[in-house]
Design a protein around this ligand. Structure first.
Ligand SMILES: *Cc1c(COP(=O)(O)O)cnc(C)c1O
Length: 367
């Protein structure tokens, strides 16, 4: 990790009103995704004249927002998604947090927002996990972390805001897909695309998600779990899901994944590429068309397909539904290669397997 000196210090100011232990234990015993929040949040402010300042870990509380705050009008907002995991021996691990810090700044540059030094981003996340360690669930569950930044200046002109708020909140979560490890059914959208060349597809900005919701709703009406987006220029090349990247497992052991450019550069995607390459798989990052997908599934050249991202880690894809019909991949179940990648990645994230890539970072409990 690069250390950018002099950094801001996130001062811990413990909540005077934390959730009582018995109430917390009760809440942690039946987790969903993204509905429960821990006691604290990390916050820092940026202004043109002061830069980053007022950094603290403090009681989680609403922000007073002026109705003219530019984020409410022009959506200058970016975010990250990462998790802290509890190991079997009770330690707290983060997975490649410096990758999230780097991507956060790539998103910031694209949205004309100030960068936060990587060390400060990681310090904010670590500080929050350290303060809220009691919220880190055991077993299959984890503590989802949501760093984000938004434009907070009260001004209606269209130009980059001169004030921003950076914040990290934490949410104990159970599995992302309610069906557990059932294979996904995907809807191939013909009406909507997610990103265009030169657009914001590579940035983790809230607007990309707002734009994906109508397509996701269409997928739901077709009885599908998620939508697959094709490229906007030719409506031909497979890109990704609304919040997960894609991999195809070929019969000869090769992995294919759509190349970067308009898709979100997932850290799970990157980790699978690195892991698979180290194991001797050939990994092709290249344009892959929906026609090829259909033909490869029909011929048996494609054995498995899976989606990946922090929230769901690795999720097998069973069926593709589209305007012209539907087809299955392999036997329509979660395949062995998919399952093996999920198992290996989860093993490293939870400290159950040797961290041969040096991807995890332990967080000590705050004193
Ligand atoms: C966050 C995200 C991903 C997955 O990224 P990870 O770093 O693996 O969690 C994939 N696609 C989109 C659109 C995303 O926003």
């Amino acid at each position: 990790m690069t250390v950018d000196a002099p950094g801001i210090r996130f001062e811990l100011k413990r909540s005077s009103n934390p959730v009582p232990a018995a109430e917390r234990a009760e809440a942690l015993s039946h987790l969903t995704f993204g509905t429960l929040f821990s006691d604290h949040m990390a916050v820092a402010r940026w202004s043109q004249d002061r830069g980053w300042h007022s950094a603290e870990i403090t009681a989680r509380a609403p922000f007073p927002i002026d109705p003219a705050s530019s984020v409410l009008h022009y959506a200058q907002e970016i975010f990250e998604g990462m998790k802290a995991y509890r190991t079997a021996d009770g330690r707290a691990l983060l997975f490649r947090p410096e990758e999230n810090a780097r991507r956060f700044n790539q998103s910031a540059r694209r949205m004309a927002m100030p960068e936060l030094p990587e060390a400060d981003f990681v310090a904010a996340v670590e500080g929050l996990v350290a303060a809220d360690q009691d919220w880190l669930p055991e077993g299959e569950a984890s503590l989802y972390l949501r760093p984000f930044m938004f434009a907070s200046e009260s001004f209606l002109g269209v130009r980059p805001s001169r004030e921003y708020i950076f914040c990290v909140i934490a949410s104990p979560v159970g599995p992302y897909f309610k069906g557990g490890s059932k294979p996904l059914t995907l809807w191939v959208s013909q009406n909507y695309s997610r990103a265009a060349r030169g657009g914001t597809g590579e940035a983790k900005c809230g607007g990309n998600y707002a734009g994906s919701l109508a397509a996701q709703a269409e997928a739901s009406t077709k009885g599908c779990d998620q939508v697959v987006f094709l490229d906007s220029a030719e409506n031909r090349w497979v890109e990704e899901l609304g919040g997960m990247n894609l991999f195809f497992v070929m019969a000869d052991g090769r992995l294919v994944t759509p190349s970067l450019g308009t898709i979100l550069p997932g850290i799970t995607r990157k980790s699978i590429i690195e892991m698979a390459s180290a194991e001797g798989h050939i990994v092709e990052e290249r344009p892959y068309s929906f026609d090829e997908w259909q033909a490869d599934a029909a011929s048996g050249r494609m054995k498995e397909a899976f989606a990946c991202g922090t929230a769901a880690v690795v999720a097998g894809i069973g069926t593709l539904r589209h305007a012209g019909g539907e087809f299955t991949i392999g036997d329509g179940q979660v395949g062995p290669t998919t399952e093996a990648f999920r198992h290996k990645l989860v093993g490293i994230q939870r400290g159950a397997a040797p961290d041969s890539f040096g991807w995890t970072r332990e967080v000590a409990r705050a004193g």
